[in-house]
Design a protein around this ligand. Structure first.
Ligand code: BJW
Ligand code: ZN
Length: 251
């Protein structure tokens, strides 16, 4: 794989590299991207019915079933070469901050430390009413292909419904994660955006913040996105191929 010399020089010379990932980085691990996950049983629903507090209140079994279907996929998945390349990049730069919109734990399982999760974790459910954390029973239950509706468990403290530990539309991002991400975007000299449609705010603003401060923005995505115009380089291809190639070329 061939890369532009100026692109490699920017990466090699980076003082602070931010890697900002979305669902596309986990696609080659077999986890549907956010918009691909509106499949099977769920084709008939809008994203906001499946990923909002109002949607959960209206139809808890629909929303819990969708997240359980996705959690089962995450539990069975393995990190792919893109996750591994990002973990290795940390050893090649003086400072790397990894910010993800993903609710899976594949970056951690690939060896990345201190991952900033802007949209929470699918593994940390809590009570919808009183926020008490909930522990899943151990094991990986079978999940029918295409999914199913499923009543959420009840809170042991107040009897409320358990909800996924993710950030839904209309909810605030966790303040500490957002502040750290915002500061890293302000401070970095190179930001690499990987596998995100750049449609969801405020996360989508991070590469723009970096670009406005003079950082070099690099994008890795097989398709066109809202970020194309901000990026100095658009590397069109699957992350699992482009990122190991970049790592190799940098060494
Ligand atoms: C590959 C690949 C391969 C494929 N290799 N790539 C300003 C303007 C307009 C709207 C708003 C605004 N500010 C706020 C809003 C409202 C809203 C919003 O952004 N709406 C937009 C849809 C317009 N934002 C919010 O509500 C946020 N909260 C907020 O702002 O609070 C303040 C507030 C309160 C009250 C009122 C208003 C404001 C919260 C947003 C939370 C988003 N949560 C979700 C779901 C929860 C987690 C989950 O279920 O997973 O997070 S939405 C969903 O989108 C999920 C994702 O993390 C997020 C981003 O998606 P991502 O990662 O980009 O995935 P896809 O599927 O979109 O794209 C995949 C990409 O991969 C594609 O480009 C492919 O080409 C690529 N790809 N294979 C590399 N192999
Ligand atoms: Zn409760």
């Amino acid at each position: 794989m061939q890369f532009n010399d100026a692109l490699l020089a920017a990466l090699r010379g980076a003082r602070h590299l931010v890697v900002f990932t979305g669902a596309g980085v986990s696609a080659e691990s077999g986890i549907p991207t956010f918009r691909d996950a509106l499949a099977g049983l769920w084709t008939q629903y809008e994203a906001t019915q499946l990923a909002s507090p109002e949607g959960f209140a209206d139809n808890p079994a629909l929303v819990w079933g969708w997240y359980e279907w996705r959690r089962m996929k995450v539990l069975r998945a393995q990190p792919n070469p893109a996750h591994a390349a990002i973990a290795s990049l940390a050893g090649l730069t003086p400072r790397l901050t990894l910010i993800t919109q993903n609710v899976d734990d594949l970056h951690e399982r690939a060896g990345s430390a201190d991952v900033i999760h802007l949209h929470g974790s699918i593994h940390q459910p809590r009570c919808f009413t009183c926020s008490q954390p909930y522990a899943y029973p151990p094991g990986i239950p079978d999940e029918p292909e295409g999914g199913r509706y499923l009543e959420p468990p009840r809170c042991g403290r107040c009897g409320g419904r358990i909800r996924p530990g993710v950030v839904w539309f209309g909810e605030s991002l966790p303040a500490k994660a957002w502040n750290r991400a915002w500061q890293a975007a302000q401070d970095c000299d190179v930001l690499m955006s990987v596998g995100t449609s750049s449609l969801v705010w405020p996360a989508a603003e991070l590469p723009e913040i970096a670009a406005r401060r003079g950082a070099t923005v690099i994008q890795v995505n097989p398709g066109e996105t809202a970020l194309d115009g901000w990026a100095a380089w658009n590397l069109r291809g699957p992350a699992g191929e482009v990122l190991p190639g970049l790592l190799e070329a940098m060494r």
